[in-house]
Write a protein that binds this ligand. Structure first.
Ligand code: ATP
Length: 345
């Protein structure tokens, strides 16, 4: 019986994960998946109730689960607390506990919704990208690092196993998609880039069915705006991935549409890209599409049920046309939109 640890979190987190769980339960009933969903306290709510954002019971719960579904955490209420009590500290600790080294962010412009993209419809139409970003290494964590009065320094460093394990995730994802990977680096300037490129090249030998190309990060930034449709899986390190995934995330046109998955050494984690949106929390207007699509990724990547993941995606696509929420210019509230997804499932 697959176990899902549900961490609704703060702000709109509970509203959008409720919608995602309704979709999972509907599929469970129809397909007899035997899903067990157990709720755990996390983020600001956990600090309020237990004095810490990532309590021990939650830690145990996520480690014992087959997948974690997270809403969103944080909000102005907790911003002034000491660092160890802040929701964001809990999120870093959660990622560390699960050893999440690969972050997957799809950016898909859904047919009929090209007008939402900031790019012209003829450029945005058909975009279907997956950014695979290394999440625990690179310059954000490399030693030595430091700062003095006169200078500051960081170290960009990647070991072979670190590059290989995230590249494997990218190649395996490509095998389930259009079988193409573009690996992004700065091999013309950085030794780390040259090493990254060589390592990915060697690993690619094991995936003869996937076409590999390389791009420099500066060129890739241009390609993503000029011809984003030409790419399938984009593999890159922590720093470049941080920037390129934000760039790609604006292509579909709303934060409310973007799911994500983080895979690693232990339980995989699925969450919408957006934050807790305190400005609209509790009003029943949040777009739950990103959370529902995250549940779809959970079915595909954690439970090995890609046909059900696809079904969720198609149902969301139909619901976005039938009952668009306010962030897409429509009027459907969270419940009405969720109902439309359920009807199209
Ligand atoms: P954080 O630091 O937590 O990521 P943020 O301010 O960067 O917060 P969000 O909380 O995602 O980002 O909110 C940014 C804006 O987008 C807000 O105005 C919010 O209302 C809107 N927004 C975010 N998610 C949704 C959603 N699912 N549906 C509708 N609007 C949303």
């Amino acid at each position: 019986m697959p176990k899902i640890a549900l961490l609704p979190g703060d702000g709109i987190g509970p509203e959008v994960t409720e919608a995602a769980v309704a979709v999972l339960r509907a599929l469970d009933q129809a397909e007899g998946l035997g899903l067990e969903v157990e709720r755990f306290v996390f983020g600001g709510e956990a600090t309020d109730r237990f004095g810490e954002p990532f309590p021990e019971a939650t830690r145990r719960g996520v480690l014992e689960a087959d997948a974690v579904l997270l809403g969103a955490i944080g909000g102005p209420k907790w911003d002034d607390l000491p660092r160890e009590k802040r929701p964001e500290t809990g999120l870093l600790a959660l990622r560390r506990a699960l050893g999440l080294f690969a972050n997957l962010r799809p950016a898909r412009v859904m047919p009929g919704l090209e007008h939402l993209s900031p790019l012209r419809p003829e450029i945005a139409g058909g975009v279907d990208l997956l950014i695979v970003r290394e999440l625990t290494g690179g310059i954000y964590f490399g030693e030595p690092k430091g700062m003095s009065e006169a200078e500051a320094w960081n170290t960009m460093r990647y070991s072979r196993p670190e590059v290989e394990r995230v590249a494997r995730v990218a190649f395996q994802a490509a095998q389930k998609r259009r079988r193409r990977v573009v690996s992004v680096d700065k091999a013309n300037v950085l030794e780390v880039g040259e090493f990254w490129r060589r390592t990915v090249e060697e690993l690619a030998q094991g995936y003869p069915d996937v076409a590999l190309e390389h791009a420099y990060v500066d060129a890739m930034a241009m390609h993503l705006v000029r011809r984003p449709r030409d790419f399938d899986v984009v593999l890159t390190g922590n720093l470049f991935g941080d920037i390129l995934s934000d760039l790609a995330s604006v292509l579909p046109g709303s934060l409310g549409l973007l799911p994500s998955a983080s895979l690693g050494e232990r339980t995989p984690l699925f969450e919408p890209v957006h934050g807790s949106a305190p400005d609209i929390a509790g009003r029943g207007v949040a777009n739950p599409a990103a959370a529902i699509l995250s549940a779809g990724m959970l079915l595909t990547h954690a439970l090995g049920l890609p046909e059900l993941g696809d079904r969720v995606e198609r149902a969301v696509e139909a619901a976005l046309k039938a009952a668009p929420p306010p962030d897409l210019g429509g009027t459907a509230g969270t419940r009405a939109f969720t109902q439309a997804v359920l009807e199209n499932l």
